[in-house]
Design a protein around this ligand. Sequence first.
Ligand SMILES: CCCC/C=C/CC(=O)SCCNC(=O)CCNC(=O)[C@H](O)C(C)(C)COP(=O)(O)OP(=O)(O)OC[C@H]1O[C@@H](n2cnc3c(N)ncnc32)[C@H](O)[C@@H]1OP(=O)(O)O
Length: 419
Amino acid sequence: MAGVTGRLVRGWCPRAVRRLSLLLTSILQCLSFTFLPVAKFTQPFSSLQVPAQLHMSKTAMGASQKDFESAMNQVKLLEKDPGNEVKLKLYALYKQATEGPCSTPKPGVFDLINKAKWDAWNALGNLPKETARQNYVDLVSGLSSSSDSSSQVKPEADREQAGYETLVMTSEDGITKIMLNRPTKMNALTTQMYQEIMLALEAASKDDSTITVLTGNGSYFSSGNDLTNFTHISPDEIEEKARRGAILLRDFVGCFIDFPKPLVAAVNGPAVGISVTILRLFDLVYASDRATFHTPFSHLGQTPEGCSSYTFPKLMGPGKAAEMLIFGKKLTAAEACAQGLVTEVFPDSTFQKEVWTRLKAYSKLPRNALRISKQMIRNHEKEKLHATNAEESRILQERWLSDECMNAIMNFLSRKAKM
Ligand SMILES: CCCC/C=C/CC(=O)SCCNC(=O)CCNC(=O)[C@H](O)C(C)(C)COP(=O)(O)OP(=O)(O)OC[C@H]1O[C@@H](n2cnc3c(N)ncnc32)[C@H](O)[C@@H]1OP(=O)(O)O
């Protein structure tokens, strides 16, 4: 070590050489931690949760305390992460079986994980302790057998993460891919989808991957907010729905603002509304030349979100931002690239191959350096982004109650009926 340092700094004073040598030694020590093998995933889920609908099959007999304890031990030995949804079910059943119905105060909206756990437990209502215990045992037994069989066929690196209904989440080659999966509805974002994306981002931020990618299944990246989110609401519920929608929007966009690792959008096709505005919160945006970028907010009686009222004028100047955000001008992929919204455009025929080859190469770069550099670039404006997000959500809450907005949504929904 001292020899290497000595060669590097020939001609320096001995004290400086000693200091540099010490510094290099400590850097190498730190790096050695980075290369330690990742411990096998055996995180205990004992504090986590079986669905209420996991019927009453054996409930009449009831699982014994011994069966229950043995199921808790089995959970700790699971080799495959059963996914967030199942973990939440395990958690809720465990709490119900041991403490009875949920009576603790509801965690705040920003406390995402504890709120999801509280919601799952609370959803079990007055399910009797014995039934919860039996359902827990049934669920774990199902998990153990499926984990036995799946481990024989699926390689560790390519496991699809269970528990999402509107997404497909996979981790492979240091890349976690979150794929929007409602291709027949152009990946329009339902309330459930916003929530699942938040959970997926939370999981991706903590997993071993280097890069996280958001993409769409089918011909669209996403057609934005699902306009049916605004339907089936009785007049006395409207204000409460708008209030909750604004909270959901703020939390959703907040997850992108705070995401700690390099985040890439692989825009496989047209993008509309919120799926366009959040792109400025990604570190790289790769687009197929078939993609278009459309924010028809005024047409819908709505206003910009995803921090675009701040990021777009800063990126492309107020005039170009106004064309998009106020007048709803749709950009081609090449135009979006010229405005800096898209990093690079690829021919649709080679989009997948080129993007994934590029990302696989990037994912081999030192993970911590990528993460720290991303945070250095992003930290400057985080506060401003959160303030913008809160303001945009507040204004949209009012817009959703306006006649302009309601009429525009009714027009869209009645369009098919008129055809
Ligand atoms: C709490 C969060 C708030 C966040 C606020 C966000 C603001 C926004 O995102 S605003 C943008 C909202 N999105 C739109 O305005 C797009 C609406 N959709 C369309 O204009 C067209 O569907 C589209 C141009 C995307 C595609 O047109 P086509 O190629 O003609 O396909 P179809 O219209 O036949 O679509 C197939 C199928 O999907 C349904 N669909 C598509 N997008 C949406 C959507 N955003 N909301 C609800 N449903 C959507 C469409 O109705 C069709 O369904 P079926 O009729 O049942 O086949």
